[in-house]
Design a protein around this ligand. Structure first.
Ligand code: NG6
Ligand code: CA
Length: 507
């Protein structure tokens, strides 16, 4: 037995008390790696070749590259789809979007396409004790038809698993051009109600079609309805003047919201879906980025987004949570150069190749439609490296569930946690890819595209869509650019691919 005098006893008690309060403090800063914070950073239309880490030489993306260089960089990473809505549907639900006939590019007035009883990433995480938030682009529909934008808009993100939501409803080029905070239009003046229609204009309201003199950005195809901030949009809108967003400030605005969210919730496990709007049209860089890329606004907004990501990462570091946060960085679909406005993207592209070594782009069944930058980053946990494992955003639900100790599974979502953590490089065996309601199949190094009617090229955007009267079969290992159709010379492989595809996709 150790004998202590009064002084010693007091000292020991004080020391123990000191330790205890320190212990408590540690516990509240969420250092339990079983429940790391999870952040999805999701780009809009960023192509495989748009980042220097993926081979771009004409543009420099140091902050995105830092994720790639400090994390696991996937070279066979996919969005499920070559457009936004279906990819985002799969990202959140772990379900192939072609199982839902409504998962296609939505107008700003479309109802919510995720069933409120559907399992989603944020719902699964809520069950595991996480607080969940989304900042940025939504584009999965809102309400249940005939939304009144002057009341709470519901159901929406908050009804499918997000405790907090601060979103743009559809796309930057679609009305309503306002932010929505937990269902309420941010900054709405009740005396100036908002009306939105995708059928007809409101009397007396100018449009891009009739009033080109009021536009500062010219439309190339589509995009000739209501004019907001000089930019003609898709759809008609009236009122809500005070609530309208400022396009050039959008990136800063979302960054601030994302940073606020992180600071507010750093002491508990949180999930943040930070969905940036770049480089989707209209490309409206803040003046401090305008002209910086030499590539016109498309390049400028990529630099802008890169800067935002750098600032966001600084916040994670400053708040001391970088070592306890898994970040998944990716993009919703492949690149498009002219997506409907004259914005110099084509003229100033120079030698830049947004689709990297791949054929096609946004809207396409060829590789560049869905093969996108895909990175997992977790300081101190993921050993930096590259992986050629076949991984898809649809796998995140089941994989994140495995990470946090949940048994939840998404319908088409595989547990690739070990791949995402860089422990294995196995990936999935096969994957069904989707582009504007058509589907194709990837298995091993092979890609098979069934015959489809329809134009070979979408002339407005100048992208090869992958349509052909004949089956297409490519060996991506030595032909990533999909130039040699091996369907005729390798009928056995073709048959195997078609059979496996039909087994999943149905007839
Ligand atoms: C298309 C738009 C395009 C873009 C896209 C959605 C026209 C002619 N084109 O219909 O500009 O908004 O929809 O992009 O309107 S996505 O990335 O959200 O899928
Ligand atoms: Ca997109």
């Amino acid at each position: 037995i150790i004998k202590m005098n009064l002084f010693q006893t007091v000292l020991v008690v004080l020391l123990l008390a000191g330790c205890k309060s320190k212990e408590e403090k540690v516990a509240t800063t969420n250092e339990n790696t079983n429940k790391p914070n999870i952040i999805f950073i999701y780009m809009d239309d960023l192509g495989y070749g748009d980042m220097s880490a993926y081979g771009a030489t004409e543009i420099s993306t140091p902050n995105m590259d830092a994720l790639a260089e400090g994390g696991m960089q996937f070279t066979n990473g996919y969005a499920t789809s070559a457009t936004c809505t279906p990819s985002r549907y799969a990202l959140l639900t772990g379900r192939y979007p072609w199982r839902n006939k409504d998962a296609k590019i939505l107008p700003g007035t479309a109802p919510l396409i995720i069933d409120t009883s559907q399992l989603t990433v944020p719902k699964m995480l809520q069950t595991e004790g996480y607080t969940t938030g989304i900042v940025g682009k939504w584009h999965l529909g809102l309400g249940s038809g005939n939304v009144n934008w002057n009341e709470r808009v519901s159901p929406g993100p908050n009804e499918v698993g997000f405790d907090y939501s601060y979103i743009l409803a559809a796309t930057q080029d679609r009305v309503p051009t306002v932010y929505i905070a937990d269902g309420y239009v941010d900054g709405l003046d009740p005396n100036d109600p908002i009306e939105v229609s995708y059928d007809k204009n409101f009397e007396g309201e100018p449009t891009g079609l009739d009033n080109p003199e009021l536009t500062t950005m010219k439309w190339h195809h589509g995009h000739n309805n209501s004019i907001v901030n000089g930019v003609p949009r898709i759809g008609f809108m009236k009122g809500g003047e005070a609530a309208k967003w400022s396009d050039v400030d959008m990136a800063d605005h979302f960054l601030a919201k994302a940073q606020q969210y992180v600071k507010k919730h750093k002491n508990q496990p949180f999930f943040l879906y930070y969905a940036l709007q770049q480089p989707h049209v209209p490309r409206t860089p803040h003046p401090r980025f305008a002209g910086k890329s030499g590539m016109g606004p498309r390049g400028d907004v990529i630099l802008e987004a890169d800067w935002m990501i750098g600032e966001f990462m600084k916040t994670l570091k400053d708040e001391g949570i970088l070592e306890n946060t898994l970040i998944v960085f990716s993009s919703d679909n492949g690149p498009v150069i002219n997506d409907g406005y004259y914005d110099d993207a084509v003229e100033k592209l120079g030698n830049h190749t947004p689709s990297g070594p791949f054929r096609g782009g946004k809207y396409s069944l060829f590789e560049a439609g869905t093969r996108i930058p895909f990175i997992t980053y977790w300081k101190g946990m993921i050993e930096p490296g590259k992986s050629d494992a076949l991984v898809c955003q649809v796998d995140l639900l089941t994989s994140m569930a495995a990470l946090v100790g949940s048994n939840s599974k998404g319908e088409d979502s595989e547990n690739l946690l070990n791949d995402f953590l860089g422990k294995t490089k196995k990936g999935r065996e096969s994957l069904v890819l989707e582009a504007t309601s058509r589907t194709a199949f990837r298995k091993g190094n092979w890609a098979m595209i069934p015959p489809y009617n329809g134009p070979e090229i979408n002339k407005s955007v100048n992208i090869e869509l992958g349509n052909s009267e004949e089956y297409q079969l490519y060996n991506l290992e030595n032909d990533p650019g999909q130039l040699q159709n091996l369907a005729k010379s390798n009928p056995e492989k073709l048959q195997e691919m078609v059979e496996d595809y039909i087994a999943i996709r149905g007839n």
